[in-house]
Structure formats: C-alpha cells, structure tokens
Design a binder for this molecule. Sequence first.
Ligand code: PRP
Length: 202
Amino acid sequence: MKFAVPRGRLMKDSISLLNKSGIRIDIKDDRKLFFYSSENEIIFPKPMDIPTYVEYNADIGICGSDVLIENKNYVFSPLELDFGKCRLSLISDKKYKIRDLYDLKIATRHPEITYNYFKNLGINVNIIKLNGSLEIAPLTGIADAIVDVVETGETLRKNNLVEIKKIMDISAVLIVNRVSMKTKYDEINNFIDSVKGVLYEY
Ligand code: PRP
C-alpha cells in the first residue's frame, strides 16, 4: 500500500503510529521524501497537500482535521487519531471583539474555513492568504487579525498576540482513497483494525 505521511509537526507521531500498526518505516534522514519497503511505499508531502495526494495517488494518509475541512478533497475519513490535538483560532495584537473586524483584513492559511466562519456571523472580512509564520501579519500591519493553529500558545505569548476566539478543535485524522477503499478492501480494513488496536488497546 502507499501511505502519505505529513512532514512537520505530525510526522513523528504519524511514523510511530504506523510502525506500531505494523507498517515498518525506518527513516533517518528527514529530508528524504520517499521510503520503500518490500510491501509498502511511503511519501512525505507538506501537510496541506496530504488530502490531494490521497485523493489522486496514495491509498492512506494522515493529516490535520483542519486540512481536510479546508481542502474539501474527495477522500474517506474513517478515524480520528489521538495526536495532533490543537485548535484553530482568531488571533490579533489587539483585543478586538469579533464584530469590530467588519471590513478588516484577516490573514490565514485557511481561507475557506475563515470565509465560512465570518459568513455565518454575517461579518464581511477581506481574507489574505499566507503560507506560514502568520504571527508576523498583524505585527507588521498587513492584516488586522489572523486565523491560525494554536497548540501550546507559546508562539502567541512570545509575539504579544491575543487569542480572541477559538474557531474549531483540531486532531490528526486517518484518510483513505475512495477507490482504494473498494479495490484494496481487505488490506485497508486490516490496517484500520490494526490502528484501532493501537489506539484503543483492543
Ligand atoms: C503553527 C502555527 C503557529 C504555531 C503554534 O506553525 O502557525 O505558528 O504552530 O504553535 P504553539 O501554540 O505551540 O506555539 P507551524 O509550527 O506549523 O509552522 P509555520 O507557521 O511556520 O508553518
């Protein structure tokens, strides 16, 4: 089978879960983008690209639930995992009320979720798409607030930013290619059972 494992903060826990679930991955060099064993192939894309690889190429992947919602790929998501727990929040250097943000600029890696969040509140905002280090945006004035991932809150504290409102909880999730779900039914279900065995110790 082919697995898509995200680089970055979910990589270590993802590899550990796969190893415990019987998928051997022995990777010493974290700049390598592929790992092959006699049974499996592992690719290591950027986190935001995992659902795309699982829709078009890999059989199984691991990504954040935020990435899955943001990208809206045609994949099956059978299982929430027990790591990657964090939240997506509205953040600024000023203690805005949400309604104060009407017509202001919000920078984010999650434009779709951000758009829907403010649309549901009836608040028009101007969304600026950035790809990382979002905390710089309000501090330089290119945006009034950001929508970004908060895990420990350390990055916010270090940059004197305040969390105005949590938008959603995030967790790592397992995702499966919808065609593979049919063509590799037994292999995939055996693997999902192994993961459940690791997660729930049954
Ligand atoms: C995320 C997020 C914050 C940070 C929050 O960035 O964008 O910068 O983590 O984590 P904390 O609450 O534990 O401090 P990431 O590490 O994914 O890197 P990037 O923004 O540079 O892509």
